[in-house]
Design a protein. Structure first.
Length: 127
């Protein structure tokens, strides 16, 4: 099972990898939404979870979510937006576009794991 991490920050991708990989996921990475779509096309249907930032060049996280949720083959995939966007109107837009959960930066590994459990992501190796 794969998790796709999309963030333009290499450091943030590394942090997310260090939290999610021990949960049993193989990790795919992308630096923007367009690259994320390319990874999905390559690895679908094995991608079960996507962690996506909002603010990125080329294609932002909201555009990525809209593209993915507009394609029926990705309807079962869980999407968590990991972002600094905390304005309620922005959060509502993302939820309406199909985001399953929000993780606000900065966050702890425990917060991320709890959010994943809330949306039904199996975390068998989580303590």
């Amino acid at each position: 099972m794969y998790a796709l991490i999309i963030d333009d920050s290499r450091a943030m991708r590394r942090i997310l990898r260090q939290i999610v990989e021990p949960l049993g996921f193989h990790i795919l990475e992308a630096g923007d939404g367009q690259e994320g779509l390319e990874r999905l096309e390559q690895y679908h249907p094995d991608v079960e979870l996507t962690l996506v930032d909002w603010n990125m060049p080329v294609m932002n996280g909201l555009e990525f979510v809209k593209a993915v949720r507009g394609d029926d083959q990705y309807q079962q995939m869980k999407i968590a937006m990991v972002t600094t966007e905390t304005e309620p109107a922005q959060m509502a837009r993302a939820l309406m576009a199909g985001v399953d959960e929000f993780v606000m930066k900065p966050f702890t590994s425990q917060i991320l794991i709890e959010k994943l459990k809330l949306i039904g992501v199996q975390c068998p190796d989580a303590a």
